[in-house]
Design a protein around this ligand. Structure first.
Ligand code: LLP
Length: 476
């Protein structure tokens, strides 16, 4: 038999009490905002309503509807600049500075690409579509990196025609693919080899990328990386700019990057010794973590840059090679905290867990279509009542979406005031990265807009998807 009666015993914490995660305790003040979770301009105005860059969230909801991703533009620019300046400063004496490429996969639209260009960062793309948006936003091709483990001939040809600065090659076969296209176009392609350094990043399995037995890169241990170096050097139409590794995402210390840098620099030194060539660049990838809940404690860009500079200096000294120019690719750490998702509360219900106890379910008007991360990675988020403050007692609540799946969870565990009711606005911080980017139209719910707020003004940078948009793809 493959089915049986499921009672309350199936709820986590069965036996009558909902299990509270160790990091979550009832707040002293339910209306307080934990600064590390929110964009710089988010405040609670007297009377309790949340404001961002001086704009009242009730006005945002009235004008643009909910759900909506609300992005603090100044905060985005500040974070981009903090990365740019911290890395420029920490690496200045070592190698004349470092290049910061914003990883567009976290969230990209024309406005964001423009901000990145204006703030003097480069852009990491991984598809023809991202490349199109980058160009539309005015990013210079030489400041663009093209990643991807399965690039098409068309994508590579376009990148080489445009003069994209770096193609990150992911396999031995791709070396031949890029070389053939470069030969045909009579151009010299700047390539970087993506190396699997064999580091197990302590993060969710699906976002760890440099252990063995996954799809990315040329294995260092298996000798593919050294073979890749040899093959690139054998092609006059390819210029070996460097080696690169990205060990994973949502990482909170530099231990993994240290191991990765050590192995990349050893490969670099071996290349210098064996082939007599230097590679001007070394890519350390992105993956720097952000706070989604009070359990997370991210490093400031300055601390991160200082630690990475120390690591690179030490490893290059140990290998007796000059320090190459360093590149990093933060996505989440730049855009994640800039944005919160604004939802309207609908149904609120208490679901029995047995023994007279229950769990409060608060349903909002979005869900797994605008944030798949809880379902996909078991990601935790926080939230707050945004349209008012409340003196009601805290109730452990689960915020869920409107989709037809029980895994449609927005915030698994959060204390919310007991008087939260239909029509209230809830705000979920930290939704700038991999939320709109991974959004779907599941259940034919159009994707939510992105509203940029700056100096008291709000404007749509990506509009809401309408039923007409959905029907436009449906050719009948
Ligand atoms: N560079 C490369 C080569 C990457 O593959 C990635 C992310 C990044 C940089 C940027 O990583 P970040 O700094 O944003 O952590 N959807 C997942 C994350 C997937 C990351 C994919 N690669 C999530 O929602 O957690």
């Amino acid at each position: 038999m493959s089915a049986h009666e499921a009672g309350a015993m199936h709820a986590p914490g069965y036996g009558g009490v909902a299990i509270v995660p160790a990091w979550l305790s009832p707040p002293q003040d339910l209306n307080a905002l934990l600064p590390m979770l929110w964009a710089g301009s988010v405040r609670r105005r007297t009377g309790g309503v949340l404001v961002v860059a001086g704009v009242d969230v009730r006005d945002l909801a009235a004008e643009f509807g909910t759900p909506a991703y609300v992005l603090d533009e100044t905060d985005f620019r500040d974070r981009a600049r903090a990365f740019r300046d911290s890395f420029a400063h920490s690496f200045a004496d070592l190698c004349g500075g470092a290049d910061v490429y914003y990883a567009g996969k976290a969230f990209l639209c024309t406005a964001v690409a423009r901000w990145i260009a204006e703030e003097g960062l480069g852009l990491d793309t991984c598809s023809g579509g991202e490349l199109t948006v980058a160009l539309r936003g005015g990013v210079a091709p030489e400041r663009i990196i093209l990643h991807g483990n399965n690039k098409s001939d068309a994508e590579l040809e376009r990148a080489l025609r445009l003069g994209v600065g770096r193609v990150v090659v992911d396999s031995l076969a791709e070396i031949e693919q890029v070389a053939a296209i470069a030969r045909r176009l009579r151009v010299r392609a700047g390539v970087v080899l993506r190396v699997t350094v064999g580091v197990e990043a302590h993060t969710h399995e699906y976002i760890a990328t440099a252990h063995e037995d996954q799809k990315f890169g040329l294995s260092l241990a298996g000798g593919q990386a050294a073979e890749g170096v040899r093959r690139v050097l054998a092609h006059p139409e390819l210029e070996l700019l460097g080696v690169h590794s990205h060990i994973g995402s949502q990482i909170f210390d530099t231990g993994g990057h240290e191991l990765s840098a050590r192995r990349l620099i050893a490969l670099y030194a071996e290349t210098v010794r064996r082939h007599g060539v230097t590679m001007p660049e070394l890519g350390l990838g992105g993956g720097f973590g952000i706070a989604y809940t009070s359990e997370h404690d991210p490093l400031e860009p300055k601390v991160l840059a200082d630690q990475l500079a120390g690591i690179v200096a030490r490893e290059c000294r140990a290998q007796d090679v000059p320090v190459p120019r360093i590149a990093v690719e933060p996505g989440r750490a730049i855009v994640g905290p800039t944005t919160f998702t604004l939802y309207t509360v609908g149904a609120v219900k208490d679901v029995a867990l047995g023994h007279g106890s229950s769990r409060r379910y608060v349903a909002v008007d979005g869900g797994m279509s605008d944030n798949i991360r809880p379902a996909l990675y078991n990601a935790d988020y926080s939230c707050t009542l945004a349209s008012r403050s409340s003196d009601a007692e805290p109730v452990l609540s689960r915020v869920v979406g409107r989709h037809c799946e029980s895994g449609d969870i927005v915030v698994r565990d959060e204390y919310l005031p007991s008087d939260v009711a239909r029509g209230d606005l809830l705000a979920v911080p930290g939704t700038g990265a991999y939320c709109r980017a991974l959004a779907s139209q599941y259940n034919h719910v159009g994707r939510s807009p992105v509203i940029a707020v700056r100096d008291g003004e709000a404007r749509v940078i990506m509009r809401r998807e309408t039923e007409e948009d959905l029907l436009a793809l449906d050719v009948g």
